[in-house]
Design a protein around this ligand. Sequence first.
Ligand SMILES: *[C@@H]1O[C@H](CO)[C@@H](O)[C@H](O)[C@H]1NC(C)=O
Ligand SMILES: *[C@@H]1O[C@H](CO)[C@@H](O)[C@H](O)[C@H]1NC(C)=O
Ligand SMILES: *[C@@H]1O[C@H](CO)[C@@H](O)[C@H](O)[C@H]1NC(C)=O
Ligand SMILES: *[C@@H]1O[C@H](CO)[C@@H](O)[C@H](O)[C@H]1NC(C)=O
Ligand SMILES: *[C@@H]1O[C@H](CO)[C@@H](O)[C@H](O)[C@H]1NC(C)=O
Ligand SMILES: *[C@@H]1O[C@H](CO)[C@@H](O)[C@H](O)[C@H]1NC(C)=O
Ligand SMILES: *[C@@H]1O[C@H](CO)[C@@H](O)[C@H](O)[C@H]1NC(C)=O
Ligand SMILES: *[C@@H]1O[C@H](CO)[C@@H](O)[C@H](O)[C@H]1NC(C)=O
Ligand SMILES: *[C@@H]1O[C@H](CO)[C@@H](O)[C@H](O)[C@H]1NC(C)=O
Length: 515
Amino acid sequence: MPLRVLVILFLVFMERSTSDLCVFRDHITALEGEPYYLKCCLSTDHHHHRNHTVRWSKRYGPNRTVPLSSSERIIFNDDAIEFWPMKMIDEGMYTCTVGRKENQWNITVTKRSEHGCFHPKYLMTKEVEVGKSLSINCTHDYYQTEAYQISLFKDCSPIPGNHKPYIRKNAVLNDAGNYTCIFFLYKNRRSFNVTKTFNVKIKDNTDIMPTLYGNNVNYVQAELGKEKTLNCTALLRDPTGIIYWNEEHDNDTNIYKEKLISSGSNGKLYVSSLLKIKIVKEENLNVWYNCTLASAGVLETIGFFLKKKEGAADVSRHIFIIVLVSSAAFIFLVIMCVIYRIDILLCYRDLIRRDETLTDGKEYDAFVSYLKDCQPDNGDEHKFALEILPEALEKHFGYKLCIFERDIIPGGAIVDDIHSLIKKSRRLIIVLSENYMCDKVRYELESGLHEALVERKIKIILIEFTPISDFTFLPQSLELLKSHRILKWKANKSLSYNSRFWKNLRYLMPAKIAK
Ligand SMILES: *[C@@H]1O[C@H](CO)[C@@H](O)[C@H](O)[C@H]1NC(C)=O
Ligand SMILES: *[C@@H]1O[C@H](CO)[C@@H](O)[C@H](O)[C@H]1NC(C)=O
Ligand SMILES: *[C@@H]1O[C@H](CO)[C@@H](O)[C@H](O)[C@H]1NC(C)=O
Ligand SMILES: *[C@@H]1O[C@H](CO)[C@@H](O)[C@H](O)[C@H]1NC(C)=O
Ligand SMILES: *[C@@H]1O[C@H](CO)[C@@H](O)[C@H](O)[C@H]1NC(C)=O
Ligand SMILES: *[C@@H]1O[C@H](CO)[C@@H](O)[C@H](O)[C@H]1NC(C)=O
Ligand SMILES: *[C@@H]1O[C@H](CO)[C@@H](O)[C@H](O)[C@H]1NC(C)=O
Ligand SMILES: *[C@@H]1O[C@H](CO)[C@@H](O)[C@H](O)[C@H]1NC(C)=O
Ligand SMILES: *[C@@H]1O[C@H](CO)[C@@H](O)[C@H](O)[C@H]1NC(C)=O
């Protein structure tokens, strides 16, 4: 049994090996300039009929057949006829005859490609999946043994790092290309070459499931008046898959669609369909834009819902914050102005160099009225009226005071003097204390009040020198004065010229440019 199988296998092998060489196709294309051969398939018989002759003929027209004879270019080699090389004139019908049987071929000759080492029409296609073995072996049934050199080129250039006439490797996408085997032959002192080209295609075998990118429901914010693009991208297995937007927006001239195709690594194919709204309007908002993928049995839809961008709210929030901050700043400023109004006014006075004292024809800036010696215990008031007050107002702030005890030479009518002095003064400074209303000052006060209330020629400044709980001792008419504000003297605290006391006092004093 095994022997019989072996014999059959051997016979099959022999049959194949010889018939491989012979050319069965009856329509053949040869390249001009390359060696070519035809091997008669009838020669398979020669195992059984050792005695046979193969006759070759070429037919010209329907009725004329011419037997072929060998020449330097056309050589008979056993059962084969060889062309060294093929020429355009060799086109036509060829017949080989053995006994009564014959083979016939219609040979077409094509010019070689001028650019490149292979003819783009005569390629053998080889498809290999990524990762699978890619094997190209430059072998030629007929010329293999005769070739003195065999080279393998890829896209007509030598393959870097590979000088052998074969490659065997695991295919990567980059391996795709046209591989040309060149068999160099030498005949009749001339060199020839025969080419054989494989168009190798690399197929990505990763099982791609067509799918759309993104969530099924996408809420998209769009700003009115701006452009908005919706991006629907699908991963596809092949370009036959389609993605499309719902038709509702087809007639909208404000909307146009754009298709982009890009291929990623591993033969993946990405198709993006963009829906562009040129100017987002109210009617574009709160509307569904659906994108559908149809590919390889997959039907998938994702939706985009346009929502108004809360841009306006942002702006109003900003405005609100600005208003809040600026009003806070304004209130702060107002408070500061209220607190420091005296300082500001004094500063303003200095700045514009206001001087009220120039034209009123008065001599003194203030007449100082204080408790005189009607009580033994008045040392402090004396000191204040005669030392502290003039020290500050006269020496430091440049006012001129009228202090009766100091400025008036004794003798003469005191009452008349006081009256005229008060008339010559711009302010009446009254240093108040519990004991103030004693006889001597009463006249000063009354005279001053008269000037202030009736003549409106003097303003009264009240200084509370010692804390006073009850003001009833003062004449009611004092209440009528607008400037009845009372400056409080706070001993040590008020001593500094920068203190509130002096500032207030200066403010109540007439504006005057200090010399
Ligand atoms: C082979 O055929 C030729 C004629 O075609 C004949 O002369 C010759 O004797 C034959 N030889 C054999 C061994 O049959
Ligand atoms: C070929 O032969 C046929 C008959 O055998 C004849 O009718 C025909 O005219 C011939 N054609 C040419 C081109 O000679
Ligand atoms: C041979 O093939 C060529 C090209 O296909 C064709 O034009 C021609 O008619 C064929 N000749 C015959 C005899 O079939
Ligand atoms: C190429 O093919 C020849 C003949 O079929 C064989 O002998 C040889 O080992 C092959 N080479 C490779 C690298 O496969
Ligand atoms: C191989 O050659 C053919 C014909 O010139 C061309 O169309 C094809 O793109 C080439 N293949 C590669 C992978 O370069
Ligand atoms: C093959 O031969 C042709 C002419 O027959 C020549 O143009 C071409 O350059 C040769 N190719 C190589 C690779 O030598
Ligand atoms: C669309 O989305 C895909 C996937 O998120 C991205 O790769 C592509 O660059 C996008 N296209 C445009 C034009 O934004
Ligand atoms: C778009 O306009 C065409 C012709 O004006 C009309 O036949 C079609 O129904 C319209 N499509 C939609 C979705 O309104
Ligand atoms: C005021 O200052 C003097 C010395 O400068 C000091 O002796 C006195 O105790 C102070 N009075 C008050 C109430 O602080």
